[in-house]
Design a protein around this ligand. Structure first.
Ligand SMILES: NC(=O)c1ccc[n+]([C@@H]2O[C@H](COP(=O)([O-])OP(=O)(O)OC[C@H]3O[C@@H](n4cnc5c(N)ncnc54)[C@H](OP(=O)(O)O)[C@@H]3O)[C@@H](O)[C@H]2O)c1
Length: 768
């Protein structure tokens, strides 16, 4: 494949996602509007918000000026497919109504649906699955409204209204940056993310569902990338294809057959009309040319399928028209018998931002996929389908500017496909969330756009071959596959734009115990390791399931002292930007912690992509031999270290020398563990390492010291939170102002599980 790039395939997964603990900005500043859902959740939620001193207004129609919106797009008694489908349009209208405000102002837009608590991934959402597009609306809105905070929530319908209201509140007061968050029936909070599939050889081969000369009904199959895909499939085995499309197979006028170029054809037809004394509008000529090219493409597909040994028949019909569809297919049914495979490839695009999209435009794009799918499923109700394949789009997974209708419709297909899989057991069901191809609806203008974004397109032959292999049973368990030429970037496969974000961190009186245990010269000071933890949590919530490779350049710009915490909560702001990390082939997240007036306290970066398989600390430098530490372990807390009980993890001081030292740390006991500190980056333990460095500073320079910069930080995702931990301090540089050290942490099996490298530690005399 050109440029050495290969087609990559990802699977949609849910990941357990404990709430990251951050508050949506603006929550306490502007009223929260909630649409009246008619079954009591809106009122319950409003009461809960009011109980936390947030103004909440339940309204039938949300005003255009609303900055904070909760859209309840779920329905208690929705039993009918049509009603559930209608919710998507309603959600779109609500979004459109506030889009002008959301584009300009900082606000939030939270959608709530009820498709099983896992966005329909389990295939158990019932008829509600037809409302699953609401999440894709949120994902598109998130990209069209970069100033706003947008999130999709899915609540399992078995949760009580009380719990549902609680979950929504939790998301607003202490959530994270995940775009899709679900609450399962047992209350577990999950997020949706992607996991890359293994190399081809590792994939499980399932049964090949279609037998030679089975009949496959294909919407949109005579043209574009679906036609390419069918041809690749036909090369593997002969089949009978019923191809559906709206274009009619008009006879071509004489004298045009050699001409392929659209512009040339337009010129030829215009000249011909002039010669005949006609004066058709340019639009009419263009339509004629397009129809001519479409008919040619259809004929070519049929010929190629036949040449490959299959039978193929084309029916000109609009699949959104149920009766016409039934009528059109009937004669072929009588001729060829039962239908064995269904491929839904029909789709149309007409991009417009949410703000500017009209209902009719939405309906046209949306119904081609959704109504079309409903009609095709009804048409084949009595058939024992062995294969169902949908041509969906990465826009469904990630949202895409201008494509809310398209993204929503594709997302519904994805989730209905999952439900079909559940219902049909043995059938092979696939929904291909394609990134952009080098063809089909990606015309010259779109190609140029993608090139400018640095987005590689799927070569037609590679995409088609991928489809054919999957349709023949490669990877049978995965229903929803996301396919493109790269790992989704900062924003997506389809655009390289940076993703920016802001969230509040509210430190509350009496709630954050770690502050009481971290006082320097009587000031409560936010520990550096905790900032490291917050940054990790936020970055992880941006991309659930994407491993954090390492942290870089975490630095104190100004220490955070917390004075008035006894009186009022203290709000801090974390803001950041995620961009593509070309070198690491992942994502780099830049983060900064500020006060609301913009004074910066901390800055740092995190790189997401791959986690290193093993961690090897650098060899320690030469030194003149080790000796015992001069301080007694029992007296370190109080005499040398200011840390209160929850941070007291240094258990033994082994040995020390001019270029480092060793000590034993213990995980804090369960009882001593503060919820804020019992987390992914083991902040208390990491602080223990920094405490060891402080002791080293006392021993060799007789001065207190504090870390101001951590050059690089890595921690293994899997650690046992118990047992002794041995910490090795290696001093790399030293003078009377500062020293630079590495800290390596080893578990009881002597494996290094965390590394803090190039930590810059500064001495101070008095004051901070
Ligand atoms: N190309 C890509 O980069 C890409 C990326 C992601 C997903 N996809 C998906 O892949 C599928 C094929 O896309 P493509 O790029 O090949 O587009 P395309 O060249 O525009 O083909 C679309 C096909 O759908 C048919 N169609 C549209 N509306 C229909 C209706 N109401 N009834 C019956 N047939 C209808 C069209 O035929 P008529 O015009 O004759 O009706 C045409 O055959 C689409 O579903 C698209 O969403 C494509």
């Amino acid at each position: 494949m050109e440029g050495g790039q290969r087609l990559r395939c990802f699977h949609v997964r849910t990941f357990p996602a404990p709430a990251a603990g951050f508050e949506v900005p603006g929550l306490r500043e502007y009223p929260v509007y909630i649409n009246n859902d008619g079954f009591g959740l809106a009122e319950k939620l409003a009461d809960k918000l009011r109980g936390r001193e947030v103004e909440a207004i339940v309204s039938r129609r949300i005003p255009a000026s609303a900055r904070n919106v909760v859209y309840l797009g779920m329905a208690g008694g929705q039993s009918q497919v049509a009603e559930a489908t209608e919710l998507n349009l309603e959600a779109f209208r609500t979004a459109r109504n506030v889009a002008g405000t959301m584009e300009k102002e900082d606000g939030f837009f939270l959608t709530v649906q009820s498709t099983g608590g896992d966005f329909g991934l389990s295939g158990r959402a019932g008829h509600q699955v037809w409302s699953a597009g609401v999440a894709a609306l949120a994902k598109t809105a998130a990209r069209e409204w970069p100033r706003a905070f947008v999130k999709a929530l899915d609540l399992d319908s078995s949760l009580s209204l009380e719990t549902m209201a609680e979950c929504i509140c939790d998301e607003l007061f202490s959530g994270g940056l995940e775009k899709e968050v679900g609450y399962l029936s047992d209350g577990t909070r999950i997020a949706v993310g992607l996991a890359e599939s293994g190399p081809k050889g590792e994939q499980e081969k399932g049964y090949d569902p279609l037998a030679p000369y089975d009949t496959v009904l294909v919407s949109g199959g005579a043209r574009g990338v679906t036609a390419d895909s069918l041809l690749a499939l036909a090369k593997k085995k002969p089949l009978r294809f019923i191809l559906l499309g709206r274009s009619s197979l008009t006879q071509e006028e004489e004298g045009l057959s050699g001409e392929e170029d659209e512009k040339q054809l337009t010129r030829l037809l215009s000249e011909r009309a002039l010669r005949l004394g006609e004066s058709p509008a340019p639009l009419e000529i263009r339509k004629k040319v397009r129809a001519l090219l479409a008919a040619r493409e259809i004929r070519r597909t049929i010929t190629q399928l036949k040449q490959a040994g299959s039978e193929a028949c084309y029916l000109a019909v609009d699949i959104t028209q149920e009766e016409a569809l039934q009528r059109a297919v009937l004669p072929l049914r009588e001729k060829w018998g039962a239908i064995h495979g269904l491929v839904h490839g029909a789709g149309v695009l007409a991009d417009k931002r949410i703000k500017d999209k009209k209902d009719e435009q939405f309906q046209r794009i949306f119904s081609t996929k959704v109504k079309g799918f409903q009609n095709l499923l009804r048409l084949t109700e009595g058939d024992d389908l062995k294969l169902i394949a949908c041509f969906s789009s990465a826009a469904a997974r990630e949202g895409n500017i201008g494509q809310c209708d398209y993204a929503m419709a594709n997302e519904i297909m994805n989730k209905v496909a999952r439900q079909q899989k559940k219902a049909r057991g043995n059938a092979l069901v696939k929904s291909f969330n394609w990134g952009p191809w080098e063809g089909g609806m990606v015309d010259a203008a779109l190609k140029k756009h993608f090139a400018s974004q640095g987005v590689a397109l799927i070569p037609r032959s590679a995409g088609a071959e991928f489809f054919a292999e999957e349709a023949c049973g490669a990877n049978p368990r995965e229903v929803e596959v996301v396919v493109g030429m790269a790992r989704p970037g900062a924003a997506s496969f389809m655009a390289g734009e940076a993703r920016e974000f802001r969230l509040h961190l509210v430190l509350e009186p009496g709630k954050n115990r770690f502050l009481e245990d971290h006082r320097i010269q009587d000031h409560r000071v936010v520990p550096m390791v905790l900032v490291n933890e917050w940054f990790h949590r936020l970055a992880q919530s941006l991309y659930p399931g994407l491993p954090i490779s390492h942290g870089e350049a975490l630095r104190v710009l100004k220490g955070i002292r917390i004075h008035q915490l006894d009186n009022a909560p203290r709000t801090l702001l974390i803001k950041g930007k995620a961009v593509r990390a070309e070198k690491e082939q992942g994502i780099r997240v830049h983060l900064q912690l500020e006060d609301p007036k913009g004074a910066a306290y901390y800055a740092g970066q995190l790189v997401l992509g791959k986690q290193a398989a093993s961690m090897k600390p650098a060899d320690p430098p030469e030194h003149g031999g080790s000796m015992p530490w001069e301080m007694e372990r029992e007296r370190i807390y109080g005499d040398y270290l200011f840390h209160g009980p929850s941070f007291q993890v240094v258990r033994q001081l082994h040995s020390v020398h001019a270029a480092g030292g060793m000590g034993r740390l213990d995980w804090p006991s369960r009882k001593e563990r503060d919820r804020d500190l019992d987390l992914a980056t083991a902040p208390v333990l990491m602080d223990g390492g920094l405490q060891l460095a402080r002791l080293w500073g006392y021993q060799y320079y007789r001065k207190p010291s504090l870390p101001m910069r951590i050059g690089r930080f890595r921690i293994s995702a899997k650690q046992q939170k118990k047992g002794p931990v041995h910490c090795h301090l290696t001093v790399l540089q030293q003078n009377t102002h500062k020293f630079v050290a590495d800290l390596a942490f080893f578990n009881r099996e002597q494996a290094c599980f965390a590394l803090m490298e190039q930590v810059e530690i500064y001495f101070y005399n008095t004051g901070l």
